[in-house]
Design a protein around this ligand. Structure first.
Ligand SMILES: Nc1nc2c(c(=O)[nH]1)N[C@H]1C(S)=C(S)[C@@H](COP(=O)(O)O)O[C@H]1N2
Ligand SMILES: [Mo]
Length: 406
């Protein structure tokens, strides 16, 4: 969506909220008139994003990709979705930036400058799949509140940094440690400095994995500001909310981290299946850990037209949280029959895997190509929306594209 049409969609009342003042005679404002305070930010320019990215929210900024924009093996910045819970930090001084390690279960509190982190610890580079827990939310009914992600809240970039484990071990981990929680420099929407937009974490077992990084580079360059410059936690295969951006503190906890968005219905789903719309008690929610198996057809773009007798070569990526994708299939008859795709091994653990297939259509007409991945535990993607949950998490239904054979 282009900036202009995006701004047109916004209502006068949302302008008022943005500016923080009432717009008197708002209904008399000329169509297309944009209050001065809002004329500046063009999210596509500001974040270096592809013009086909879709803006879901501007306060805070949230943007998603479309399937065909995710065709690269390693996602470039221009096509990476943006999910912010608060406001991007306004001033970042890399010289004075420190990462503090604290918490009940740290042996000795320590702080590290960026230079110390980079020189003291060995550096690693991994391709890591990060998917928002709410990717696919838009399909749930009754609808779930929050950004109405379709399929574009996933990316697999190449991240360089130091192992979280090495830093935690340097500070020392007490035997009673169960969880880590991150803290970051972004600003709460209320601008109340005592409030954090988000502060999540993961169990020690995930924190200590080889691939869990404190990253300072993305695709070989400084991490772009909106993706967490100058420091970010990256925990591939888990809800992206675990991968804290603008990281400045990690607490080693002797309890399950109780930071912002760790409780309630945030990133938690019913422990047992429930009826759509059903309300459940707080103790019946479980924290989302590894993300489910999923795939995307990234070529061709939905709506492709090919000539009769021509073979269609499709391609895309598949991922399975902590697991590997071991089987990839496609269907051109709404799931009645399935044929195999070829699927590559991941570049490293927790990287998405590339698949392709050559499809011959039996006759002219309208087709849908569906893709279905199966993980190493034998679990496949459901063809339809999986279990309803209050916040619309974990929709890993099969992706499909339309193809016309003429
Ligand atoms: N500090 C901080 N880290 C954060 C967030 C945030 O709002 N603030 N959002 C989380 C969520 S919910 C997601 S989906 C990912 C999005 O990462 P991206 O914007 O780099 O794609 O960042 C996570 N890390
Ligand atoms: Mo997210």
């Amino acid at each position: 969506m282009k900036r202009r049409s995006f701004v047109k969609k916004a209502t006068i009342s949302s302008f008022a909220t943005l500016i923080g003042a009432e717009i008197i005679f708002g209904s008399n404002i000329l169509e297309g008139y944009v209050p001065l305070a809002l004329q500046d930010p063009d999210p596509f320019k500001m974040f270096n994003k592809n013009k086909e990215m879709v803006v879901l929210n501007d306060k805070p900024w949230n943007m998603e990709a479309q399937a065909h924009l995710l065709d690269d093996e390693i996602t470039p910045n221009s096509c990476m979705f943006i999910r912010n819970n608060g406001l991007i930090p306004e001033s970042i001084d890399v010289k004075s930036w420190v990462l503090k390690i604290d918490g009940e279960s740290v042996v000795k509190e320590k702080t590290y400058t960026l230079a110390e982190l980079k020189s003291k610890f060995k550096q690693y580079t991994y391709q890591l799949t990060i998917e928002c827990g709410g990717n696919g939310r838009s399909e749930f009914n009754p609808p779930a509140q929050g950004n109405q992600w379709t399929i574009g809240a996933v990316h697999c970039a190449s991240w360089t940094g130091v192992r979280l484990r090495d830093v935690l071990e340097d500070a020392g981990i007490k035997n009673n440690a169960v969880y880590i929680g991150y803290h970051a420099a972004d600003i709460h929407l209320s601008r109340d400095p005592k409030k954090e937009p988000i502060s999540r974490g993961c169990p020690m077992s995930k924190a200590l994995q080889d691939e869990t990084l404190i990253a300072f580079k993305m695709n070989g360059e400084d991490i772009p500001l909106v993706h967490g410059y100058p420091l970010r936690l990256v925990a591939g295969g888990w809800p992206a909310s675990v991968s804290g951006k603008w990281l400045n503190r990690i607490s080693i906890r002797n309890i399950i981290h109780d930071g912002e968005k760790m409780g309630g219905d945030s990133y938690r789903v019913p422990c047992k299946p429930i009826e759509p719309g059903e309300k459940i008690k707080d103790e019946d929610y479980c924290i989302i850990e590894s993300m489910p198996v999923k795939s995307l057809i990234t070529y061709p773009k939905s709506g492709a037209i090919i000539n009769k007798g021509k073979t269609l070569n499709i391609r895309g990526h598949a991922w399975a949280g902590e697991l590997e994708v071991t089987k990839m299939e496609y269907s051109i008859d709404y799931g009645s029959t399935w044929k195999m795709c070829t699927i590559e091994k991941p570049k490293n653990r927790l990287a998405w895997q590339h698949f392709k297939a050559s499809i011959d259509f039996p006759q002219t007409g309208y087709y849908e190509v569906w893709a279905k991945a199966t993980d190493s535990n034998g679990k496949a993607q459901p063809m339809l929306l999986p279990g309803w949950n209050p916040k619309g998490y974990l929709n890993n239904a099969c992706h499909r594209i339309a193809v016309k054979v003429k």
